[in-house]
Design a protein around this ligand. Structure first.
Ligand SMILES: [Fe+2]
Length: 294
């Protein structure tokens, strides 16, 4: 069986797998020179077909990662995720709804459900757009399926691991309403045994801190993690008032999310360290980094 896999999320791209063997894989950013491009990867699809010396009529199945996502027809460079109006009005409305619901309700079960439904509503047209684009660009009208964001993460790790039985764990910012899935995998069969709601995402806190330090969220978290090794453990207690691990669960106890979390974090850090960051984000110059002791 020959499968074309597509990802239209951050760092979008395409791959062709034939009977479990990867024939070709490429990220859109390599073709359009737009770093961490997100959006429908039309150039990547054409490129993997070319590399594999195949035509769309040879493809048995097309599968797309993530069920619920904003439709971006032409890939764009990743810009600062939390800056308003960079990702379109739907994305802004989505961020605002999560931010306000968390602020008003503390993230109770009902508000989480409303939040997930809002995203589902705002992203509802993506599936039909993808189907139409595959048909109009390449004449494809065959099988098309969408795979849960975290199952896609775990499947890519499992099927390239060489293991028969495994525990597969994903842990990221968010995707399809969750920030983590844990699967028990036996001979290629995935059984979901645990998950963490996107509201309780510890990954999102990496994004908030990255943004507050003046870097780009969803892009520079690795830099922040590396720089943390050179710093002092000054913010641990403060962060535990926002997110913590207790009773076997990661819990967002701060009662905030997205924009409201950034605002509250900025306020608390300012209060604790008597800093006056002004209206904008923290400047990188305000971060005091000491050299590591040998
Ligand atoms: Fe992810």
């Amino acid at each position: 069986m020959i499968v074309l896999g597509i990802s239209d999320s951050i760092t979008s791209g395409a791959a062709i797998v034939a009977d479990g063997r990867v024939l070709a894989a490429v990220h859109e950013e390599r073709l359009n020179r737009q770093k961490m491009s997100l959006g429908f990867p039309a150039a990547s699809i054409s490129e993997v077909l070319r590399i594999a010396s195949l035509q769309m009529k040879d493809i048995d199945h097309v599968t797309v990662a993530t069920n619920s996502l904003f439709w971006i027809p032409k890939p764009v460079k990743l810009e600062d995720y939390f800056r308003k109006s960079r990702g379109g009005q739907s994305r802004d409305l989505f961020l605002a709804s999560g931010s306000l619901l968390a602020k008003w309700t503390g993230g109770n079960e009902l508000s989480r459900e409303v939040y997930h439904q809002v995203k589902s509503f705002l992203t509802r047209t993506r599936r039909s757009h993808i189907k139409e684009t595959l048909s109009s660009n390449w004449g494809y009208s065959g099988e098309l399926s969408f795979v849960n964001h975290h199952l896609a993460h775990c499947a890519s790790a499992y099927f390239t691991s060489g293991m028969r039985d495994a525990t597969a764990i994903s842990l990221d910012g968010a995707g399809d309403g969750a920030s983590s899935h844990v699967y028990n995998v036996r001979d290629g069969v995935f059984r979901l045994i645990n998950k963490v709601d996107s509201y309780d995402s510890i990954g999102n806190y990496y994004a908030y801190v990255t943004h507050l330090c003046g870097f780009q969220a969803h892009k520079h978290e690795g830099k922040i993690t590396g720089l943390a090794a050179y710093g002092k453990n000054s913010y641990a207690d403060l962060l535990r008032d926002f997110i913590r691990y207790e009773a076997g669960k990661i819990r967002n106890v701060g009662g905030c999310f997205d924009w409201s979390a950034i605002k509250k974090l900025q306020q608390k850090i300012g209060d604790q360290f008597s800093l006056k960051p002004g209206a904008g984000r923290w400047s990188v110059r305000q971060c005091q980094i000491e050299p590591a002791t040998p």
